[in-house]
Design a protein around this ligand. Structure first.
Ligand code: NOJ
Length: 682
C-alpha cells in the first residue's frame, strides 16, 4: 500500500481583504480534480454564494445557489461574503473488507470556503468542495459560534442548475405514499422532472453521464430533488420532514452530508461507483473478521407466492420442520445462510399495522429458535433472523440490544430488518432525521453484537458500509418480490438494466435473484393466469443477476424444491459474492449490461450479461485474464428459441477452454442473459 500524506495550505483572508478594500467582484475560487477534467468554481454574486461545475471545459452545473431556510431565524442565503479559503490534496489507497472491488483510491483536491453574512446576525459557515476524477462532493459546515446555537432547518436551498437538457432516469418522491423507492423507472428530460429520488442518473446532451446523490448521511434527513419550477433545469435539494415539518434539528458545530455529483464520459465508467465511499469516514470497527459475505436461502418466497404465511395457522412457514429442511438444503449445497421470516410473535392480524406489537425474541410455539440455532451450527449453516418492524422503531429500539445479544449468543450473526411503513407511528417521514438516527443506532448496536445487517425499506445507501462494514446490503428498489404480486404483472425485462446504472450506484442491493420457477406454477401447484404477475426473464438471466446485481448477502430466492435436479443450479452453487475487481464490458441504460468480476482471494472470474426485451449478442475479448494461463469457461446461455414471454426455461450449459486471447460470443434471447464462470484449467 502506498500513501501520501494530505498537504494543506491556507489563503485565509485574501478574499475578505479584497472585499473590504471595496473591490467590485471577487475572482471565483476554483478547484480541479487531479486529472484536471472536473473543475468547481465558487463565488459570491449579488450577495449569494454560488458554485458551478465544468468537465473538460464544458459547463455541467451552471452557477447554483447554496443556503438554508431556518425556523425562527433569517434565511441564510443573501448578503454573504467569502472570508477566506484553504486548499489541500489527498492521495491514499484503502482496502475494503468486502465489496465490488478490493482496493479504493481516494485521490482528490479540496477547497474550503469560509463565508460570513455581511449583515446581522453575521452567521458564519463553510462549504467544503472535493474534486475527484470521478466527480465532485461538497458539504456545509457550521462552526460553533454565538450567532448559531440550536437551530431548526426548514429547507436546504442547495441548487443543481443543469447546464443542458439532460436525459434522466428517475423514480418519483412526491407521491403521498412514498412506496419506499419500489417503483419502475421512467426517463425524461431534466426540465420535466417534478420531484425525484437519488441517485438521479442523467446523460447530458453532449454525452456526459451525471449522477446526483449524497454521502455520509448522519443526523440529517434524506435528500430528494425537487424539479425545476422557477428556473428551467434547476433541481433543488428537498429534505424529508419530521412530523411538524421541520427538516433538521441541530446545534453548531454541525455538518451536513455530502452532496455528490458523479461524472463519467461513458455509462460503463459509472460502475463501480466509489465517490460516495471516499466521502465517508474510514472503518471504525476494531475487527472485521466476523463480517463474511455469503449466499443464503430463505423461508420467504412461499409467503410472496401464497403457499406459506408469516402468521400462525395451517400454512405457517417458519416451522421447526421446514427450517430444518432448509438448513439441510443449504448445507448440502454450500449455501451459507438460511433466512427465516415469520418466526417471531407479532404477525397475526394486519402485520403492516403491528409496529408496536412485534416481539424480536419470542418465537411462535412451532418454531424452536434455540434448537434450530444448535442444529444450524452443527451443519455449518447460519440462521438469519428476520426483524420486521412495520416502521415501529420505538418498539424495536426498546428490544434491540436484548434481541441482538440473544442472536449473538445463538450464533446468529445476520439480520434482515424491514420497515414497511410510509411514516413512523409518531408521524415522521420514513426518510426523516428521526429515522436516519434510528438506522445509525441499529448499525452501531448490531456492530457491538457482531451482527451484519440487510435492511429492507431502508433509507438509501450513502456509503455507511465504509465506516460500519457490518452494514451489508439493503433493498430500496423494486426487487424480485414484485414478480410475485406486483400490480403491473412483474418487472419489465429492461428493469435490471436500469437499476444497474441508478439504484445500484448507491450500494449493494438485496434484489433476491434466482427464481427458476419462472411461471410460478410449481410452487403454487397451478398455472398462472395470463393476467397474473410472473418473472419476465429467461432462466439464464436469473443466473446472470448474481453477477450484475451486486450484493454481499446474495439470496437464492426460489423454493429449494425448485432447485432440485436443475443442472443450472450448479452456477448458484459456484458463484462468488465478494469481488476483487469489477469491469463493466458493455452497458446502455435500459438496454443491456455485461460485467466481469474477479472473485476475491480466488483466481476465478465471472461474467454476467443481461438484456431488455431485445435479443442481443456481443463478442467479448477475455483480455482481462492474465496472459499465458489456461482457463475453462462454464457457460450458462439462453437455450434454443428461448424467449422471456414464450419460452423462458431453456438453458444451454457448456464448457470450453479459454485464455486471455479468446473472444467469447455472448448471445442473449429477448429478455435473456448469460452467466459464465471462468476457472483455471486443472
Ligand atoms: C417486504 C420485504 O421486501 C420482504 O422481503 C419481506 O418478506 C416483507 N416485507 C415482510 O417483512
Amino acid at each position: 500500500m502506498w500513501m501520501r500524506r494530505p498537504t494543506r495550505y491556507l489563503v485565509l483572508g485574501t478574499a475578505y481583504a479584497a472585499f473590504a478594500a471595496g473591490a467590485a467582484a471577487q475572482d471565483p475560487l476554483r478547484v480541479a480534480s487531479p486529472d484536471g477534467r472536473n473543475e468547481v468554481s465558487v463565488e459570491v454574486r449579488e450577495g449569494r454564494l454560488q458554485y458551478g461545475i465544468r468537465r473538460d471545459g464544458r459547463m455541467i452545473i451552471m452557477p447554483s445557489v447554496l443556503g438554508f431556510e431556518f425556523r425562527g431565524a433569517p434565511r441564510l442565503r443573501d448578503s454573504l461574503r467569502i472570508m477566506g479559503s484553504s486548499r489541500s490534496s489527498t492521495d491514499t489507497t484503502w482496502t475494503q473488507p468486502w465489496g465490488e472491488v478490493a482496493r479504493v483510491r481516494d485521490h482528490h483536491n479540496e477547497l474550503r470556503v469560509s463565508v460570513v453574512e455581511a449583515v446581522m446576525p453575521q452567521r458564519r459557515f463553510g462549504v467544503v468542495f472535493r474534486a475527484f476524477n470521478d466527480g465532485v462532493g461538497f458539504r456545509y459546515e457550521f462552526p460553533a459560534q454565538p450567532a448559531i446555537g440550536e437551530f431548526e432547518i426548514m429547507d436546504e436551498l442547495t441548487q443543481f442548475a443543469m447546464a443542458n437538457e439532460a436525459r434522466t432516469w428517475w423514480i418519483p418522491s412526491n407521491i403521498s405514499r412514498l412506496d419506499r423507492s419500489e417503483m419502475l423507472y421512467a426517463s425524461s428530460p431534466v426540465s420535466r422532472l417534478d420531484s425525484v429520488q437519488t441517485p438521479l442518473t442523467m446523460e447530458s446532451q453532449e454525452g456526459t453521464f451525471i449522477v446526483i446523490h449524497e454521502a455520509n448521511l448522519v443526523d440529517y434527513p434524506r435528500m430528494f430533488l425537487a424539479g425545476p419550477r422557477e428556473q428551467n433545469r434547476t433541481l433543488r435539494a428537498a429534505l424529508a420532514p419530521w412530523k411538524d415539518g421541520v427538516k433538521v434539528r441541530g446545534r453548531a458545530p454541525f455538518q451536513t452530508p455530502w452532496r455528490t455529483i458523479q461524472m463519467a464520459s461513458r455509462a460503463e465508467d459509472l460502475v463501480p461507483s466509489l465517490l460516495g465511499l471516499n466521502l465517508n469516514p474510514p472503518n471504525v470497527l476494531p475487527g472485521t473478521e466476523w463480517i463474511k459475505p455469503m449466499k443464503y436461502i430463505g423461508i420467504w418466497w412461499g409467503m410472496h407466492i401464497g403457499t406459506m404465511t408469516w402468521n400462525s395457522g395451517p400454512k405457517h412457514g417458519a416451522t421447526t420442520e421446514t427450517t430444518k429442511r432448509y438448513i439441510d438444503f443449504a448445507a448440502a449445497n454450500g449455501i451459507g445462510g438460511v433466512l427465516v421470516e415469520g418466526w417471531n410473535i407479532g404477525w397475526d392480524g394486519d402485520w403492516i399495522k403491528n409496529g408496536e406489537v412485534f416481539s424480536f425474541t419470542q418465537p411462535y410455539p412451532d418454531y424452536d429458535l434455540k434448537g434450530l440455532a444448535t442444529y444450524a451450527r452443527s451443519k455449518g449453516v447460519k440462521l438469519i433472523a428476520h426483524n420486521e418492524t412495520s416502521g415501529g422503531t420505538v418498539n424495536y429500539e426498546k428490544q434491540m440490544d436484548g434481541a441482538y445479544a440473544l442472536y449473538q449468543s445463538l450464533g446468529i450473526d445476520a439480520i434482515k430488518s424491514g420497515y414497511v411503513a410510509d411514516t413512523t407511528p409518531e408521524g415522521h417521514s420514513h426518510y426523516s432525521q428521526f429515522m436516519v438516527r434510528h438506522h445509525r443506532r441499529a448499525i452501531e448496536t448490531a456492530a457491538k453484537h457482531h451482527i451484519m445487517l440487510d435492511v429492507h425499506e431502508p433509507i438509501h445507501d450513502t456509503g455507511e458500509r465504509r465506516t460500519y462494514p457490518n452494514m451489508m446490503s439493503r433493498e430500496g428498489a423494486r426487487g424480485m418480490e414484485y414478480n410475485a404480486w406486483g400490480g403491473e404483472g412483474g418487472n419489465p425485462p429492461e428493469h435490471e438494466t436500469i437499476l444497474f446504472f441508478t439504484r445500484l450506484l448507491s450500494g449493494p442491493m438485496d434484489f433476491t435473484p434466482g427464481v427458476f420457477d419462472i411461471l410460478i406454477e410449481r410452487g403454487t401447484g397451478r398455472p398462472r393466469r395470463p393476467d397474473e404477475p410472473r418473472i419476465r426473464t429467461t432462466l439464464a438471466k436469473q443466473l446472470a443477476l448474481y453477477i450484475t446485481i451486486y450484493s454481499p448477502l446474495q439470496m437464492a430466492a426460489d423454493l429449494p424444491e425448485n432447485y432440485e435436479k436443475q443442472p443450472a443450479f450448479q452456477f448458484i452453487r459456484d458463484v462468488k459474492v465478494d469481488w476483487d475487481t469489477t469491469r463493466v464490458l458493455h452497458g446502455k441504460i435500459g438496454d443491456y449490461v455485461l460485467v466481469a468480476r474477479k472473485a476475491r482471494n480466488s483466481p476465478e472470474w465471472f461474467i454476467g450479461a443481461m438484456t431488455d426485451e431485445e435479443a442481443r449478442s456481443f463478442d467479448v475479448p477475455l483480455s482481462f485474464l492474465p496472459a499465458g494461463q489456461s482457463y475453462v469457461a462454464e457457460i450458462y446461455a439462453d437455450g434454443p428459441n428461448a424467449h422471456w414471454l414464450t419460452n423462458p426455461l431453456p438453458v444451454t450449459i457448456s464448457s470450453r477452454p479459454v485464455n486471455s486471447a479468446t473472444r467469447l460470443r455472448i448471445a442473449m434471447a429477448p429478455g435473456g442473459g448469460q452467466a459464465v464462470r471462468i476457472r483455471p484449467a486443472q
